[in-house]
Design a protein around this ligand. Structure first.
Ligand code: HEM
Length: 166
């Protein structure tokens, strides 16, 4: 495999590692610790600041994953014409890629709803002590967990993709 291809695959895998690793760290370390009673006074501010900071890192990582993904497909000889005439989706490899990109599409939608609607809405409601804050916060938390689950499914499909396909 040409050196360039290995470099692009390396950047793709690094971006996938940081994307999935950060979400798992937030879910298993940051959020449980912030639930401790002595941190109640700083919980909302800290979660909001962490959420805003990770938001742009997350979209940057998704951008890198899409850009390196398209590059790898091009290096494998696929063109935009193959996308439209269906060649890209043909056979076991093409089917796995289609499933993978379907889940990537879901991750983009769920992450956008979480980052640009439910997340900011939760902060606003918590700051104004609104009674519905807890419900919206829980919905945002479930969307965060759903994004992690979908990204883990993408990881499994990626491993299957490289080894031949479904
Ligand atoms: C959340 C998004 C994504 C994650 C977590 C992810 C993860 C991965 C991982 C871990 C691998 C390496 C698998 C292995 O070597 O066993 C991989 C390979 C690959 N990914 Fe992605 N990926 C994502 C998005 C994309 C997108 C958007 C595209 C295409 C536009 C793409 C195209 C590919 C291709 C073509 C390979 C095969 C590379 C090779 O030839 O070795 N990926 N992906």
């Amino acid at each position: 495999m040409p050196g360039w291809y290995l470099l692009v695959v390396g950047v793709h895998i690094l971006a996938a590692t940081v994307w999935i690793g950060s979400m798992v760290f937030l879910g298993v370390a940051v959020v449980p610790v912030l639930r401790e009673p002595d941190l109640a006074s700083v919980r909302t501010t800290l979660l909001h600041r962490l959420g805003v900071r990770f938001r742009w890192i997350g979209w940057g990582l998704l951008g890198v994953l899409i850009a390196t993904g398209v590059l790898m497909l091009g290096m494998r000889g696929y063109t935009w014409a193959h996308l439209w005439d269906g060649t890209l989706w043909a056979g076991p490899w093409g089917r796995t890629l289609a499933w993978k990109l379907g889940f990537v599409g879901l991750v983009l939608v769920v992450t956008a709803v979480h980052d640009f609607y439910l997340g900011p809405r939760t902060t606003r409601l918590l700051e104004s002590d609104d009674a519905s804050a807890e419900t919206v916060r829980r919905a945002a938390s479930y969307l965060g967990r759903l994004t992690t689950l979908l990204s883990l499914i993408i990881l499994v499909l990626a491993v299957i993709l490289v080894r031949g396909g479904l």
